[in-house]
Design a binder for this molecule. Structure first.
Ligand code: SF4
Length: 81
């Protein structure tokens, strides 16, 4: 199957996207990325060849979850965020 450079919602994974969104809502403001930072990170993931249906090919994480934690970084050599 052709890789889909899309996030979970666009991949039709509504239930999983909702679960991740609920998880993110429980994060303390101390560790949570700001809305702007989160959006900026996901925009970069959406343009990245390593993304496949919401999963990063470099680390196997759901990017919507990984990007929500302020101190997390993009795992690629290029450090896209
Ligand atoms: S390599 Fe970085 S930018 Fe690309 S999908 Fe993974 S986390 Fe996102």
């Amino acid at each position: 199957m052709k890789p889909c450079r899309c996030l979970l919602k666009q991949a039709g994974e509504q239930e999983l996207a909702q679960t991740i969104s609920e998880y993110i809502s429980t994060l303390s403001p101390d560790i949570k990325a700001s809305e702007d930072l989160y959006k900026e990170r996901l925009e970069k993931c959406s343009e990245c060849d390593n993304l496949n249906s919401g999963v990063c090919g470099k680390c196997g994480c759901y990017v919507e979850m990984r990007a929500a934690v302020k101190t997390n970084r993009c795992p690629s050599e290029e450090k896209l965020w």
